[in-house]
Design a protein around this ligand. Sequence first.
Ligand code: HEC
Ligand code: HEC
Ligand code: HEC
Length: 432
Amino acid sequence: MKLRIAWLAILACAVVALAVLFWPRDRQSGEAPASLSTVQLDPVSRGRALVTLGNCEGCHTVRGGRPFAGGRSIPTPFGNFFSPNITQDARFGIGSWSADDFWSALHNGYAPGRKLLYPTFPYTNFTKLSRADADAMFAYLRTVAAVAAPNREHRLKFPFNQRWLLAVWRGLFFTPGVYEPDTRHDAEWNRGAYLVQGVAHCSACHESRNALGAVRSKDNPSGGLVLSWYAPSLTNSKEAGVQTWSETDIVTLLRAGVIVGGEGGHQGFTFGPMAEVVYDSLQHADPADLKAIAVYLKSLPEVPAASKDIRSGVVLANLPLVMSNGQRIYADHCARCHGDQGEGRAVVAPALAGSRVVNMSPSLDAVRIVLYGGYAPGTQLNPRPFGMPPFYPTLSSEQMASVLTYIRGSWGNGAPPILPDDVEASSTGPLW
Ligand code: HEC
Ligand code: HEC
Ligand code: HEC
Protein backbone atom coordinates (compact mmCIF):
# COMPACT_ATOMS: atom_id res chain seq x y z
CA MET A 1 0.00 0.00 0.00
CA LYS A 2 2.72 2.41 1.09
CA LEU A 3 4.67 1.50 -2.02
CA ARG A 4 1.67 2.28 -4.23
CA ILE A 5 1.26 5.68 -2.62
CA ALA A 6 4.96 6.36 -3.11
CA TRP A 7 4.72 5.44 -6.79
CA LEU A 8 1.65 7.59 -7.24
CA ALA A 9 3.46 10.47 -5.56
CA ILE A 10 6.44 10.04 -7.89
CA LEU A 11 4.13 9.89 -10.89
CA ALA A 12 2.31 13.02 -9.75
CA CYS A 13 5.64 14.82 -9.29
CA ALA A 14 6.73 13.78 -12.77
CA VAL A 15 3.49 15.02 -14.31
CA VAL A 16 3.75 18.35 -12.46
CA ALA A 17 7.39 18.68 -13.48
CA LEU A 18 6.56 18.00 -17.13
CA ALA A 19 3.75 20.52 -17.00
CA VAL A 20 6.14 23.10 -15.52
CA LEU A 21 8.69 22.18 -18.15
CA PHE A 22 6.44 22.67 -21.13
CA TRP A 23 4.68 25.71 -19.75
CA PRO A 24 5.58 28.67 -21.92
CA ARG A 25 7.70 30.92 -19.75
CA ASP A 26 10.57 31.56 -22.03
CA ARG A 27 12.16 34.97 -22.49
CA GLN A 28 13.63 35.36 -25.93
CA SER A 29 13.30 39.04 -26.47
CA GLY A 30 16.23 40.50 -24.51
CA GLU A 31 18.60 42.67 -26.46
CA ALA A 32 22.18 41.61 -25.76
CA PRO A 33 24.43 44.50 -24.82
CA ALA A 34 26.67 44.97 -27.82
CA SER A 35 30.34 44.36 -27.40
CA LEU A 36 32.07 47.65 -26.79
CA SER A 37 34.81 47.27 -29.34
CA THR A 38 33.57 44.55 -31.63
CA VAL A 39 30.18 45.92 -32.63
CA GLN A 40 31.50 46.56 -36.10
CA LEU A 41 32.82 43.06 -36.53
CA ASP A 42 31.27 40.67 -39.00
CA PRO A 43 29.22 37.83 -37.47
CA VAL A 44 31.97 35.23 -37.87
CA SER A 45 34.50 37.31 -35.92
CA ARG A 46 31.90 38.19 -33.32
CA GLY A 47 31.00 34.52 -33.05
CA ARG A 48 34.63 33.56 -32.66
CA ALA A 49 35.03 36.03 -29.77
CA LEU A 50 31.99 34.54 -27.99
CA VAL A 51 33.05 30.94 -28.63
CA THR A 52 36.42 31.88 -27.12
CA LEU A 53 34.80 33.34 -24.00
CA GLY A 54 32.57 30.25 -23.73
CA ASN A 55 35.66 28.00 -23.77
CA CYS A 56 33.71 25.68 -26.08
CA GLU A 57 36.95 24.42 -27.57
CA GLY A 58 38.52 23.68 -24.17
CA CYS A 59 35.66 21.38 -23.17
CA HIS A 60 35.01 19.95 -26.63
CA THR A 61 38.62 18.96 -27.41
CA VAL A 62 40.84 16.24 -25.94
CA ARG A 63 44.35 17.36 -25.12
CA GLY A 64 46.33 17.35 -28.34
CA GLY A 65 43.21 16.37 -30.32
CA ARG A 66 41.44 18.01 -33.27
CA PRO A 67 39.59 21.20 -32.23
CA PHE A 68 35.92 20.74 -31.27
CA ALA A 69 35.99 17.00 -32.09
CA GLY A 70 34.86 16.12 -28.55
CA GLY A 71 35.82 13.12 -26.42
CA ARG A 72 37.13 15.06 -23.45
CA SER A 73 36.37 13.36 -20.17
CA ILE A 74 34.55 15.51 -17.60
CA PRO A 75 34.43 13.76 -14.23
CA THR A 76 31.53 14.73 -11.93
CA PRO A 77 29.91 13.25 -8.82
CA PHE A 78 27.29 11.71 -11.14
CA GLY A 79 29.76 9.86 -13.32
CA ASN A 80 31.93 10.61 -16.27
CA PHE A 81 30.75 12.75 -19.18
CA PHE A 82 32.43 12.82 -22.57
CA SER A 83 31.96 16.00 -24.55
CA PRO A 84 30.43 15.40 -28.00
CA ASN A 85 31.83 16.27 -31.40
CA ILE A 86 30.62 19.75 -32.42
CA THR A 87 32.57 20.05 -35.67
CA GLN A 88 30.84 20.33 -39.04
CA ASP A 89 30.83 16.56 -39.59
CA ALA A 90 27.27 15.72 -40.66
CA ARG A 91 27.27 12.24 -39.14
CA PHE A 92 29.05 12.67 -35.80
CA GLY A 93 29.16 16.44 -35.34
CA ILE A 94 26.61 19.22 -35.82
CA GLY A 95 27.15 19.60 -39.58
CA SER A 96 23.50 18.84 -40.33
CA TRP A 97 22.17 21.25 -37.68
CA SER A 98 20.29 24.44 -38.56
CA ALA A 99 20.78 27.74 -36.76
CA ASP A 100 17.46 26.99 -35.01
CA ASP A 101 18.80 23.66 -33.74
CA PHE A 102 21.90 25.39 -32.38
CA TRP A 103 19.82 28.10 -30.71
CA SER A 104 17.65 25.46 -29.16
CA ALA A 105 20.72 23.72 -27.68
CA LEU A 106 22.23 26.90 -26.19
CA HIS A 107 18.99 28.57 -25.17
CA ASN A 108 16.80 25.61 -24.19
CA GLY A 109 19.19 22.71 -23.62
CA TYR A 110 17.62 20.55 -26.35
CA ALA A 111 19.39 18.79 -29.19
CA PRO A 112 17.37 17.97 -32.34
CA GLY A 113 14.61 15.46 -31.70
CA ARG A 114 13.96 17.16 -28.37
CA LYS A 115 16.85 15.25 -26.82
CA LEU A 116 17.29 16.77 -23.37
CA LEU A 117 20.86 17.81 -22.66
CA TYR A 118 22.74 17.40 -19.41
CA PRO A 119 23.64 20.68 -17.68
CA THR A 120 27.33 19.67 -17.64
CA PHE A 121 27.03 21.54 -20.92
CA PRO A 122 26.49 24.94 -19.24
CA TYR A 123 23.32 25.88 -21.13
CA THR A 124 21.94 27.11 -17.83
CA ASN A 125 24.36 30.02 -18.42
CA PHE A 126 24.31 30.04 -22.24
CA THR A 127 20.55 30.59 -22.15
CA LYS A 128 21.36 34.25 -21.43
CA LEU A 129 22.85 34.68 -24.94
CA SER A 130 20.87 36.72 -27.44
CA ARG A 131 19.63 35.07 -30.62
CA ALA A 132 21.90 37.29 -32.73
CA ASP A 133 24.96 36.25 -30.72
CA ALA A 134 24.02 32.56 -30.87
CA ASP A 135 23.67 32.89 -34.66
CA ALA A 136 27.09 34.55 -34.84
CA MET A 137 28.60 31.65 -32.87
CA PHE A 138 26.92 29.20 -35.21
CA ALA A 139 28.35 31.10 -38.20
CA TYR A 140 31.82 30.83 -36.70
CA LEU A 141 31.45 27.12 -35.92
CA ARG A 142 30.48 26.61 -39.58
CA THR A 143 34.08 27.58 -40.45
CA VAL A 144 35.55 24.83 -38.24
CA ALA A 145 36.92 21.79 -40.07
CA ALA A 146 34.74 18.65 -39.96
CA VAL A 147 36.23 15.72 -38.05
CA ALA A 148 34.63 12.29 -38.42
CA ALA A 149 35.11 11.27 -34.79
CA PRO A 150 32.27 9.27 -33.23
CA ASN A 151 30.94 10.32 -29.82
CA ARG A 152 31.68 8.38 -26.67
CA GLU A 153 28.84 7.30 -24.41
CA HIS A 154 28.81 9.00 -21.02
CA ARG A 155 29.53 6.64 -18.13
CA LEU A 156 26.98 7.73 -15.54
CA LYS A 157 25.67 6.11 -12.40
CA PHE A 158 22.03 5.06 -12.11
CA PRO A 159 19.65 6.95 -12.07
CA PHE A 160 21.63 9.79 -13.67
CA ASN A 161 22.08 7.76 -16.85
CA GLN A 162 18.30 8.07 -17.44
CA ARG A 163 18.21 11.07 -19.74
CA TRP A 164 14.44 11.47 -19.54
CA LEU A 165 14.77 12.32 -15.84
CA LEU A 166 16.27 15.63 -16.98
CA ALA A 167 12.67 16.66 -17.67
CA VAL A 168 12.10 16.70 -13.92
CA TRP A 169 15.44 18.38 -13.25
CA ARG A 170 14.65 21.12 -15.75
CA GLY A 171 11.23 21.63 -14.27
CA LEU A 172 12.84 22.20 -10.90
CA PHE A 173 15.97 24.15 -11.77
CA PHE A 174 15.96 25.63 -15.25
CA THR A 175 14.17 28.59 -16.78
CA PRO A 176 15.40 29.61 -20.23
CA GLY A 177 15.81 33.35 -20.62
CA VAL A 178 17.93 35.83 -22.51
CA TYR A 179 19.80 38.39 -20.39
CA GLU A 180 17.71 41.44 -19.56
CA PRO A 181 19.80 44.62 -19.32
CA ASP A 182 19.65 46.33 -15.94
CA THR A 183 18.76 49.94 -16.65
CA ARG A 184 20.31 51.13 -13.38
CA HIS A 185 23.72 50.45 -14.89
CA ASP A 186 25.58 51.64 -17.98
CA ALA A 187 26.29 49.69 -21.16
CA GLU A 188 29.74 48.53 -20.06
CA TRP A 189 28.46 47.07 -16.79
CA ASN A 190 25.65 45.33 -18.65
CA ARG A 191 28.07 43.91 -21.18
CA GLY A 192 30.16 42.54 -18.28
CA ALA A 193 27.14 41.05 -16.51
CA TYR A 194 25.91 39.53 -19.78
CA LEU A 195 29.27 37.83 -20.37
CA VAL A 196 29.97 36.70 -16.77
CA GLN A 197 26.48 35.30 -16.18
CA GLY A 198 26.12 34.00 -19.70
CA VAL A 199 28.65 32.77 -22.19
CA ALA A 200 31.73 32.92 -19.90
CA HIS A 201 29.78 30.80 -17.37
CA CYS A 202 31.93 31.85 -14.39
CA SER A 203 29.21 30.69 -11.98
CA ALA A 204 29.33 27.16 -13.45
CA CYS A 205 32.45 26.76 -11.29
CA HIS A 206 32.32 29.69 -8.85
CA GLU A 207 28.95 28.78 -7.34
CA SER A 208 27.91 25.87 -5.14
CA ARG A 209 25.65 23.17 -6.52
CA ASN A 210 22.93 21.26 -4.77
CA ALA A 211 22.81 17.47 -4.48
CA LEU A 212 21.29 17.27 -7.96
CA GLY A 213 24.05 19.30 -9.54
CA ALA A 214 22.05 22.51 -9.99
CA VAL A 215 23.89 25.78 -9.53
CA ARG A 216 22.17 27.66 -6.72
CA SER A 217 22.25 31.07 -8.36
CA LYS A 218 23.78 32.18 -11.63
CA ASP A 219 24.14 35.72 -10.41
CA ASN A 220 25.84 35.08 -7.10
CA PRO A 221 29.14 33.30 -7.63
CA SER A 222 29.81 32.66 -3.95
CA GLY A 223 32.22 29.75 -4.25
CA GLY A 224 31.77 26.13 -5.24
CA LEU A 225 33.55 22.83 -5.73
CA VAL A 226 34.62 21.87 -9.22
CA LEU A 227 36.71 18.97 -10.49
CA SER A 228 38.12 18.39 -6.96
CA TRP A 229 39.16 22.04 -6.54
CA TYR A 230 37.43 24.89 -4.75
CA ALA A 231 36.48 27.79 -7.03
CA PRO A 232 36.48 30.60 -4.47
CA SER A 233 33.74 33.16 -4.00
CA LEU A 234 33.74 36.14 -6.36
CA THR A 235 31.58 37.97 -3.84
CA ASN A 236 34.11 37.81 -1.03
CA SER A 237 37.34 39.77 -1.18
CA LYS A 238 39.09 37.31 1.16
CA GLU A 239 38.49 34.59 -1.45
CA ALA A 240 38.46 35.51 -5.16
CA GLY A 241 36.52 38.77 -4.93
CA VAL A 242 38.19 41.67 -6.74
CA GLN A 243 35.91 44.47 -5.57
CA THR A 244 38.84 46.54 -4.25
CA TRP A 245 41.12 45.91 -7.26
CA SER A 246 41.62 48.36 -10.09
CA GLU A 247 40.10 47.43 -13.45
CA THR A 248 43.59 47.24 -14.95
CA ASP A 249 44.76 44.76 -12.31
CA ILE A 250 41.71 42.55 -12.84
CA VAL A 251 42.23 42.54 -16.61
CA THR A 252 45.92 41.70 -16.10
CA LEU A 253 45.06 38.75 -13.85
CA LEU A 254 42.51 37.41 -16.35
CA ARG A 255 44.82 37.85 -19.35
CA ALA A 256 48.20 36.95 -17.84
CA GLY A 257 47.03 34.35 -15.30
CA VAL A 258 49.36 35.95 -12.76
CA ILE A 259 49.65 39.35 -11.13
CA VAL A 260 52.18 40.53 -8.59
CA GLY A 261 52.16 44.10 -7.37
CA GLY A 262 50.13 45.86 -10.02
CA GLU A 263 48.45 49.15 -9.24
CA GLY A 264 46.96 47.98 -5.97
CA GLY A 265 49.76 45.67 -4.78
CA HIS A 266 47.51 42.65 -5.28
CA GLN A 267 48.71 39.13 -5.82
CA GLY A 268 47.02 36.49 -7.93
CA PHE A 269 48.45 33.23 -9.27
CA THR A 270 45.99 31.02 -11.14
CA PHE A 271 46.26 27.23 -11.08
CA GLY A 272 44.12 24.14 -11.64
CA PRO A 273 40.90 24.68 -13.62
CA MET A 274 41.28 28.50 -13.50
CA ALA A 275 44.70 28.27 -15.16
CA GLU A 276 43.01 26.34 -17.93
CA VAL A 277 40.23 28.93 -18.30
CA VAL A 278 42.89 31.64 -18.68
CA TYR A 279 44.98 29.54 -21.05
CA ASP A 280 42.19 28.37 -23.35
CA SER A 281 39.82 31.28 -23.12
CA LEU A 282 40.44 34.54 -21.26
CA GLN A 283 43.91 35.35 -22.61
CA HIS A 284 42.44 35.36 -26.13
CA ALA A 285 39.41 37.45 -25.21
CA ASP A 286 38.84 40.97 -26.47
CA PRO A 287 40.45 43.37 -23.93
CA ALA A 288 37.33 45.58 -24.04
CA ASP A 289 35.23 42.58 -23.02
CA LEU A 290 37.66 41.79 -20.19
CA LYS A 291 37.38 45.39 -19.02
CA ALA A 292 33.57 45.09 -19.02
CA ILE A 293 33.93 41.87 -17.01
CA ALA A 294 36.20 43.72 -14.56
CA VAL A 295 33.65 46.55 -14.16
CA TYR A 296 30.95 44.00 -13.36
CA LEU A 297 33.13 41.93 -10.97
CA LYS A 298 34.06 45.08 -9.04
CA SER A 299 30.39 45.85 -8.52
CA LEU A 300 29.47 42.47 -7.02
CA PRO A 301 28.25 42.82 -3.44
CA GLU A 302 30.64 41.83 -0.68
CA VAL A 303 29.10 38.76 0.96
CA PRO A 304 30.74 37.42 4.11
CA ALA A 305 31.82 33.81 3.59
CA ALA A 306 29.79 31.36 5.60
CA SER A 307 32.38 29.45 7.61
CA LYS A 308 32.86 26.25 5.71
CA ASP A 309 35.78 25.20 7.88
CA ILE A 310 35.02 22.14 9.95
CA ARG A 311 38.32 22.56 11.74
CA SER A 312 37.92 26.08 13.15
CA GLY A 313 37.88 25.96 16.90
CA VAL A 314 39.73 22.62 17.01
CA VAL A 315 42.81 22.84 19.19
CA LEU A 316 45.57 20.39 18.43
CA ALA A 317 47.15 19.11 21.66
CA ASN A 318 50.46 18.63 19.87
CA LEU A 319 50.33 21.93 17.96
CA PRO A 320 53.79 23.20 19.07
CA LEU A 321 55.40 19.97 17.84
CA VAL A 322 53.50 20.10 14.53
CA MET A 323 54.53 23.74 14.05
CA SER A 324 58.22 23.06 14.67
CA ASN A 325 58.14 20.06 12.29
CA GLY A 326 56.35 22.21 9.75
CA GLN A 327 58.92 24.98 10.12
CA ARG A 328 61.75 22.53 9.40
CA ILE A 329 59.99 21.11 6.34
CA TYR A 330 59.28 24.64 5.13
CA ALA A 331 62.95 25.63 5.46
CA ASP A 332 64.05 22.49 3.57
CA HIS A 333 61.47 22.41 0.79
CA CYS A 334 59.66 25.72 0.37
CA ALA A 335 61.70 28.71 1.58
CA ARG A 336 63.94 28.87 -1.49
CA CYS A 337 60.96 29.92 -3.57
CA HIS A 338 58.52 31.40 -1.07
CA GLY A 339 61.10 33.19 1.13
CA ASP A 340 62.12 32.62 4.77
CA GLN A 341 59.20 34.66 6.08
CA GLY A 342 56.69 33.59 3.41
CA GLU A 343 57.25 36.95 1.73
CA GLY A 344 57.42 35.39 -1.75
CA ARG A 345 59.70 36.32 -4.60
CA ALA A 346 58.08 38.57 -7.15
CA VAL A 347 57.12 36.71 -10.32
CA VAL A 348 58.90 33.49 -9.20
CA ALA A 349 56.54 32.47 -6.39
CA PRO A 350 53.64 34.05 -4.50
CA ALA A 351 53.87 35.38 -0.96
CA LEU A 352 52.31 32.92 1.47
CA ALA A 353 52.05 35.58 4.20
CA GLY A 354 48.59 37.04 3.66
CA SER A 355 47.88 34.73 0.69
CA ARG A 356 44.17 34.24 0.10
CA VAL A 357 44.71 30.64 -1.00
CA VAL A 358 46.63 29.77 2.19
CA ASN A 359 44.04 31.31 4.52
CA MET A 360 40.92 30.28 2.67
CA SER A 361 38.32 27.86 3.93
CA PRO A 362 37.82 25.25 2.56
CA SER A 363 41.54 24.59 2.49
CA LEU A 364 41.26 22.27 -0.50
CA ASP A 365 43.27 24.38 -2.96
CA ALA A 366 46.20 24.96 -0.59
CA VAL A 367 46.34 21.22 0.16
CA ARG A 368 46.05 20.21 -3.49
CA ILE A 369 48.72 22.64 -4.68
CA VAL A 370 51.19 21.13 -2.19
CA LEU A 371 50.17 17.61 -3.23
CA TYR A 372 50.18 18.11 -7.00
CA GLY A 373 52.11 21.32 -7.58
CA GLY A 374 50.92 24.52 -9.20
CA TYR A 375 51.17 25.58 -12.81
CA ALA A 376 50.16 29.03 -13.91
CA PRO A 377 49.24 29.13 -17.59
CA GLY A 378 51.76 30.21 -20.21
CA THR A 379 50.19 33.33 -21.73
CA GLN A 380 51.21 36.08 -24.10
CA LEU A 381 51.75 38.42 -21.14
CA ASN A 382 53.56 35.75 -19.10
CA PRO A 383 54.98 33.26 -21.57
CA ARG A 384 57.23 31.34 -19.20
CA PRO A 385 55.51 31.03 -15.84
CA PHE A 386 57.32 29.54 -12.89
CA GLY A 387 55.84 26.34 -11.53
CA MET A 388 55.70 24.64 -8.20
CA PRO A 389 56.71 20.96 -7.99
CA PRO A 390 54.31 18.33 -6.58
CA PHE A 391 55.22 17.12 -3.10
CA TYR A 392 53.23 13.89 -2.88
CA PRO A 393 56.27 11.90 -4.09
CA THR A 394 58.59 13.35 -1.42
CA LEU A 395 56.50 14.23 1.64
CA SER A 396 54.12 12.03 3.65
CA SER A 397 50.56 13.16 4.38
CA GLU A 398 51.69 13.94 7.90
CA GLN A 399 54.59 16.09 6.69
CA MET A 400 52.35 17.95 4.23
CA ALA A 401 49.80 18.54 7.01
CA SER A 402 52.57 19.90 9.26
CA VAL A 403 53.97 22.31 6.68
CA LEU A 404 50.45 23.50 5.78
CA THR A 405 49.60 23.99 9.46
CA TYR A 406 52.83 25.95 9.77
CA ILE A 407 52.18 28.31 6.84
CA ARG A 408 48.55 28.78 7.91
CA GLY A 409 49.65 29.76 11.42
CA SER A 410 52.71 31.96 10.70
CA TRP A 411 53.53 35.50 9.51
CA GLY A 412 50.16 36.92 10.44
CA ASN A 413 48.13 34.11 8.80
CA GLY A 414 45.46 32.84 11.13
CA ALA A 415 43.86 29.76 9.55
CA PRO A 416 43.11 26.55 11.45
CA PRO A 417 45.48 23.53 11.30
CA ILE A 418 45.41 20.87 8.58
CA LEU A 419 45.32 17.21 9.60
CA PRO A 420 46.84 14.29 7.68
CA ASP A 421 43.25 13.11 7.05
CA ASP A 422 42.51 16.39 5.24
CA VAL A 423 45.49 15.80 2.97
CA GLU A 424 44.33 12.27 2.21
CA ALA A 425 40.74 13.37 1.62
CA SER A 426 41.97 16.01 -0.86
CA SER A 427 44.11 13.55 -2.76
CA THR A 428 41.19 11.72 -4.31
CA GLY A 429 39.63 12.84 -7.52
CA PRO A 430 41.05 13.91 -10.82
CA LEU A 431 43.78 16.46 -11.14
CA TRP A 432 41.82 18.62 -13.53
C1 HEC B 1 32.15 22.29 -19.14
C2 HEC B 1 32.32 21.72 -20.44
C3 HEC B 1 31.58 22.29 -21.63
C4 HEC B 1 31.65 23.58 -22.12
C5 HEC B 1 32.43 24.76 -21.54
C6 HEC B 1 30.85 23.58 -23.32
N1 HEC B 1 30.30 22.36 -23.53
FE1 HEC B 1 29.10 21.84 -25.07
N2 HEC B 1 28.71 20.07 -24.15
C7 HEC B 1 29.39 19.55 -23.07
C8 HEC B 1 28.87 18.23 -22.75
C9 HEC B 1 29.36 17.32 -21.63
C10 HEC B 1 27.84 17.97 -23.68
C11 HEC B 1 26.95 16.72 -23.76
C12 HEC B 1 25.65 16.94 -23.03
C13 HEC B 1 24.72 15.77 -23.15
O1 HEC B 1 25.13 14.69 -23.57
O2 HEC B 1 23.55 15.95 -22.82
C14 HEC B 1 27.77 19.14 -24.55
C15 HEC B 1 26.86 19.28 -25.61
C16 HEC B 1 26.90 20.30 -26.53
C17 HEC B 1 26.07 20.37 -27.70
C18 HEC B 1 25.05 19.32 -28.13
C19 HEC B 1 25.74 18.36 -29.06
C20 HEC B 1 24.94 17.15 -29.40
O3 HEC B 1 25.41 16.42 -30.29
O4 HEC B 1 23.92 16.89 -28.79
C21 HEC B 1 26.41 21.52 -28.37
C22 HEC B 1 25.85 22.03 -29.67
C23 HEC B 1 27.44 22.16 -27.59
N3 HEC B 1 27.72 21.41 -26.48
C24 HEC B 1 28.04 23.36 -27.94
C25 HEC B 1 28.85 24.09 -27.07
C26 HEC B 1 29.24 25.46 -27.32
C27 HEC B 1 28.89 26.26 -28.54
C28 HEC B 1 29.98 25.84 -26.23
C29 HEC B 1 30.61 27.19 -25.94
C30 HEC B 1 29.72 28.32 -25.96
C31 HEC B 1 30.05 24.69 -25.33
N4 HEC B 1 29.36 23.66 -25.89
C32 HEC B 1 30.73 24.70 -24.12
C33 HEC B 1 30.38 20.20 -22.37
C34 HEC B 1 30.72 21.54 -22.52
C1 HEC C 1 36.36 25.56 -14.89
C2 HEC C 1 36.02 26.22 -13.66
C3 HEC C 1 36.17 27.73 -13.59
C4 HEC C 1 35.61 28.68 -14.43
C5 HEC C 1 34.74 28.45 -15.67
C6 HEC C 1 36.03 29.96 -13.91
N1 HEC C 1 36.81 29.80 -12.80
FE1 HEC C 1 37.73 31.29 -11.74
N2 HEC C 1 38.61 29.90 -10.53
C7 HEC C 1 38.39 28.54 -10.58
C8 HEC C 1 39.18 27.89 -9.55
C9 HEC C 1 39.21 26.39 -9.25
C10 HEC C 1 39.89 28.91 -8.87
C11 HEC C 1 40.88 28.72 -7.71
C12 HEC C 1 42.28 28.54 -8.24
C13 HEC C 1 42.98 29.82 -8.53
O1 HEC C 1 43.00 30.73 -7.66
O2 HEC C 1 43.52 29.96 -9.64
C14 HEC C 1 39.51 30.16 -9.53
C15 HEC C 1 40.02 31.43 -9.17
C16 HEC C 1 39.57 32.62 -9.69
C17 HEC C 1 40.01 33.93 -9.25
C18 HEC C 1 41.05 34.21 -8.17
C19 HEC C 1 42.41 34.16 -8.77
C20 HEC C 1 43.50 34.57 -7.82
O3 HEC C 1 44.65 34.21 -8.08
O4 HEC C 1 43.23 35.27 -6.84
C21 HEC C 1 39.30 34.87 -9.98
C22 HEC C 1 39.38 36.38 -9.86
C23 HEC C 1 38.45 34.14 -10.88
N3 HEC C 1 38.64 32.79 -10.68
C24 HEC C 1 37.58 34.73 -11.78
C25 HEC C 1 36.84 34.03 -12.74
C26 HEC C 1 36.01 34.67 -13.74
C27 HEC C 1 35.80 36.17 -13.88
C28 HEC C 1 35.47 33.67 -14.49
C29 HEC C 1 34.59 33.79 -15.71
C30 HEC C 1 35.12 34.64 -16.79
C31 HEC C 1 35.98 32.41 -13.97
N4 HEC C 1 36.79 32.67 -12.90
C32 HEC C 1 35.67 31.17 -14.49
C33 HEC C 1 37.59 27.86 -11.48
C34 HEC C 1 36.91 28.44 -12.56
C1 HEC D 1 60.35 25.85 -7.24
C2 HEC D 1 59.71 26.88 -6.47
C3 HEC D 1 58.66 26.46 -5.46
C4 HEC D 1 58.81 25.60 -4.37
C5 HEC D 1 60.03 24.81 -3.96
C6 HEC D 1 57.55 25.63 -3.66
N1 HEC D 1 56.67 26.46 -4.30
FE1 HEC D 1 54.77 26.88 -3.71
N2 HEC D 1 54.49 27.95 -5.41
C7 HEC D 1 55.44 28.19 -6.38
C8 HEC D 1 54.82 28.85 -7.51
C9 HEC D 1 55.50 29.28 -8.80
C10 HEC D 1 53.45 29.00 -7.17
C11 HEC D 1 52.34 29.58 -8.05
C12 HEC D 1 51.80 28.47 -8.94
C13 HEC D 1 50.69 28.88 -9.87
O1 HEC D 1 50.43 30.05 -10.03
O2 HEC D 1 50.08 28.00 -10.46
C14 HEC D 1 53.29 28.44 -5.84
C15 HEC D 1 52.09 28.46 -5.13
C16 HEC D 1 51.94 28.01 -3.83
C17 HEC D 1 50.74 28.15 -3.05
C18 HEC D 1 49.47 28.93 -3.47
C19 HEC D 1 49.63 30.35 -2.99
C20 HEC D 1 48.80 31.39 -3.69
O3 HEC D 1 48.54 32.43 -3.07
O4 HEC D 1 48.42 31.17 -4.86
C21 HEC D 1 50.97 27.54 -1.83
C22 HEC D 1 50.01 27.41 -0.67
C23 HEC D 1 52.32 27.02 -1.88
N3 HEC D 1 52.88 27.32 -3.09
C24 HEC D 1 52.93 26.34 -0.84
C25 HEC D 1 54.19 25.75 -0.94
C26 HEC D 1 54.76 24.89 0.08
C27 HEC D 1 54.08 24.56 1.39
C28 HEC D 1 55.96 24.47 -0.40
C29 HEC D 1 56.92 23.53 0.25
C30 HEC D 1 56.38 22.23 0.64
C31 HEC D 1 56.16 25.08 -1.70
N4 HEC D 1 55.07 25.85 -2.00
C32 HEC D 1 57.30 24.92 -2.49
C33 HEC D 1 56.77 27.84 -6.32
C34 HEC D 1 57.30 26.97 -5.40
